[in-house]
Structure formats: C-alpha cells, structure tokens
Design a protein. Structure first.
Length: 501
C-alpha cells in the first residue's frame, strides 16, 4: 500500500467549525503548533476564567489517569501506601520550617473567610506542596524504630501563584502530581530512597513515555526550600528546553525538627527522623509527552498511554454497508476482549475526515475495513508514526496490534533518544555558552561551584541567555576540563546549562 500524502491545506480553527485538517510546523513555529493542538485536539481549555487555571478535557484526562495508575502501582510495589490529606493547611503549620515558608510564601493562595463576613481566626493556605499538612500528623503517628521506614503518597492537585507566563501543562497555578513523603531512621536509608525515587522516574518516563531523562543534582540556590539537597529527573524538549519530570528531596532532619517527627530507636533513645519527599509532576509530564512525540500533523501517543489505541474506520462500497459494519463490530469486540482501548467510528463523517480527526489526536493504530477486507478476512492497519499501512489476517489481529503498538513506542523512543543525544554540547567560553543556548541546545560547562558562592556566575549566564544552571549529573563523576568561564576559578563540577519551563 502507498504512503499517505502529506501537506494538506490548513484551515484556521474556530470553535464551531468541523475540523478538517491539521498541519503546523512544530519545530519552526512551536508556539502556534502548541496553541492549535491544544484547541483542536481538545486537550485543555483556557477559558475557565482564572489566569493559570485550565480545564483538562477528556482526551487529556484519560491519559492522565493512566499515567497516575502506572506510577501509583510502581510506588506501591516499592512499599508506599496511599493517603489523602486535606487541601487546606493552617497558617501555623505552614510557617514552622523557616526556609520552607520563605521559599513558598510569595506563591501561596490564602483562604481567609467563609460567606460574607465570617473571618477565620487562622488563615488557611491552599497547599503549595504538602509537607506542612502531612508532617504534623507524622509526628503523632510515628513512635518507634519499628514504624520505619514509613512511606506514604497522595495523588492530588497543588496551587502556586506562579508569576511567570503560564502555559497549559507546562506552567500553571494549579497542577496535578503525586507526592510521596517518607520517613527513615538513618540518613543512609533516606538517601537510598532518593535514588529509588529516581529509578521509579526513569522507569516511568523512559519506559512508558518513551522519553530519555537526565538526572541532575540541583545547585544549592535552586534546591527545594528547606531541603538538604534536591535531585531532578529532567528531559529535553525539541525546542531545547529542559522539563522537570520529577524532583526528589533529601530533607535530612530539617523538617523533623520543625514538625517534631521523632522515634525511639533500638537503644530506647529518642531521635529526630530522616525524611525525603518525591514529586512526579503528572500534568507537566503529559505536556512533555505531547510536545516530544507530536509531529506537524498532530499528536502521536506511545501505545500504552493512548486514550484510544486502535480506531476502526468502515469504508464500505455501495450495498455492503451492513457486512462491513458487522465485521467492524466483531473486530471491536475481539480487540476490546484482548484488553485494548478501541473505538469503532461509525459516525456519518467521510472516511477521510475520520482519518484526519484521529491522526491529529495521535491514535497509534487505525484499522481500515472495506469490502475486500471482509472478503479476505483481513484488516488494513495504518501506523500513525510512520504513516504506513500493512495487512493482517483477522486471526492474527490481536497479536499484530500488540506487536505493532510496541514497535510504534520503540520508534518514538528512537526519535526522542536521537534528539536527546544531540542536545548537549560542550562550551569552554561565555560566548560559546551563548551560542549553544541560542541554537536551542543545552551547554555542558566547567563550573566553579554549586554551593551558594556559584550563584553570581549563574546569574550572569541567566541574564545573558535566559538559561539556568540545571545541575550536575547524579552518580557520574564527570571531571571538569578547565576553569569556570564566568569567574576564572578552577572548576569543581561539570554543570548542565539550559532554558526550562
Ligand atoms: Zn564561576
């Protein structure tokens, strides 16, 4: 069979108009692509009426829920149990850890009254993150070394009054994540948890989202407020920007001291606990997913995350409508029984319109069923990633769908990995840093230090390029090959520099 022809004429979108085609240049005009795909694939709606708060529509929410479930299952396999804490945090709890409150205070939404004039005695914060909600209860629940390790997570929304420009999924004032909060007897156990968090992130982002990650220890000036250190699992989008999939924070006993989380050890002595927290950002990872794999014709979902994995389109000749429909229904039932998310599009639209509709939405596989397929007992299968067709016998269909689905995810991984491998370039001088960032890449540089005194050099880079020091690779002792290009001091680390969302 032939390849689909590309480059269809595009129509401007309006809310009422039926979608005809989608074709935007994702690389050269990313902003338009992103705006249009949001609107036309019905991913999110920004007309809610509060800046930074967006509505996630069904096509997005189905995938978000799949992502949640996959990650939750992995956390539970690693010994975490689910909990649900209230969204409102009393002010007196929020302000207990000094660095924490200083870091978050400017972004907190406050709830101060009910009705017209019942002013609360104590203002309540909408959680910007849940340490201050959870740890006062941990102080009551945890008594002895026998209670440890204590690993809990919740799947919730959080609110931060972000003052930067907002974008659906990538930056907003409300976002959806999982937060895991863990308590240990020793610092070693806590540090091992940070590593486990990153292994979970890597497994999820690389395995299911088909996107490579780089694990970076953040500079001291960019760590989680109140933490000892912060590690992030990041990806690089096609426009060269870093996106933070998850962070894991070693809290030491900083929060335990503030919230009085103590335990009695094996020698009957009372000790402050060691803590960690972990936050995979589900809605942001979703943003990374659609941006990374989409092409000029719309979205492409990895097979395991597609809201619909297989769409069935009938293409009957005159007089054969019934037979083709019957066959489509049989195939739908067969695939559904095998566990696939499948949809038989038996609407009145023309087949070509249905093709565009589901291609733009990123459905990985399409079955085209006409008279010949019915007669020959076959199905024509269209692959969204390569836009090619193949034929499968009906008997082998379940196997072929499974296999082709996996091959599509592998192809998406291959493309993302190629991009990732080409995203980093070494820079020796300030001019080279600027050049690399301008080319939408990330720079790898010699850097004086990630301790606070390196901040001045970082700020100079930020001012000139808009890029941040994202950090140093975790677990890989990369040796600097020169001095810091900003201050001339001997470099202690190899740092990664880039723009981010
Ligand atoms: Zn320096």
């Amino acid at each position: 069979m032939t390849k689909q022809t590309k480059k269809q004429p595009r129509k401007e979108s309006t809310d009422q108009e039926e979608i005809v085609t989608f074709h935007y240049d994702k690389v050269d005009d990313f902003s338009t692509w992103f705006t249009e795909i949001n609107k036309r694939a019905e991913l999110s709606d920004q007309r809610y009426g509060v800046k930074g708060l967006v509505v996630f529509r069904a096509w997005t929410t189905v995938t978000l829920k799949i992502m949640y479930r996959l990650l939750e299952e992995d956390l539970e396999r690693h010994g975490h149990l689910p909990v649900i804490f209230p969204a409102l945090v009393p002010e007196s709890n929020l302000i207990k850890e000094a660095q924490h409150v200083e870091g978050f205070a400017p972004e907190v939404f406050w709830c101060t009254r009910s009705g017209a004039d019942n002013i609360f005695e104590e203002p309540l914060a909408l959680r910007p993150t849940s340490e201050s909600a959870i740890y006062p209860l941990y102080a009551l629940w945890i008594r002895s070394w026998r209670d440890l390790p204590f690993k809990r997570y919740q799947s919730v929304a959080i609110w931060r009054y972000d003052t930067k420009m907002t974008r659906p999924f990538l930056r907003g004032r409300e976002f959806y994540w999982i937060e895991a909060h863990n308590v240990f007897a020793t610092a070693k156990d806590a540090e091992d948890q940070v590593l486990e968090d990153l292994a979970i992130t890597k497994n999820f982002v690389e395995g299911h989202l088909a996107i490579p990650i780089i694990v970076l220890i953040r500079p001291q000036w960019d760590k989680f407020p109140g933490a000892v250190y912060t590690v992030a699992g990041e990806s690089i989008l096609p426009n060269g920007r870093f996106i933070q999939n998850s962070t894991s924070h070693m809290l030491g006993d900083n929060f335990a001291r503030a919230y009085n989380v103590k335990f009695v050890d094996e020698n009957e002595e009372e000790q402050y606990a060691q803590q960690t927290c972990f936050g995979p950002g589900i809605s942001r990872m979703y943003g990374g997913l659609i941006i990374m794999h989409g092409d000029d014709d719309g979205l492409i979902f990895p097979f395991s995350l597609a809201p619909i994995q297989v769409v069935i389109i009938p293409i009957p000749k005159k007089g054969a409508k019934k037979a083709v429909e019957e066959r489509c229904k049989e195939l739908e039932a067969k695939l559904r029984k095998a566990g696939f998310r499948v949809y038989f599009d038996n609407t009145e639209k023309r087949p070509g319109d249905k093709y565009y509709h589901w291609e733009m939405r990123g459905v990985p596989l399409r079955l085209e069923i006409g008279n010949r397929e019915v007669q020959d007992n076959t199905a024509t299968i269209f692959r969204r990633d390569l836009r090619t067709r193949e034929t499968s016998s009906v008997d082998n269909l379940t196997k072929t769908v499974k296999k082709t689905g996996n091959v599509i995810t592998k192809e998406l991984w291959r493309r993302a990995k190629t991009h990732f491998d080409n995203s980093f370039q070494n820079a020796d001088t300030f001019e080279e840093i600027c050049e690399i960032i301008n080319q939408n890449k990330a720079a790898r540089i010699n850097f004086c230090t990630l301790e606070m005194k390196g901040l001045e050099c970082a700020e100079k880079i930020k001012e000139a390029t808009g890029a941040d020091i994202r950090g140093v690779k975790l677990g890989e002792d990369e040796k600097p090959w020169g001095s810091c290009p900003m201050c001339g001091e001997p470099a202690t680390v190899v740092a990664y520099v880039g723009k981010s969302y």
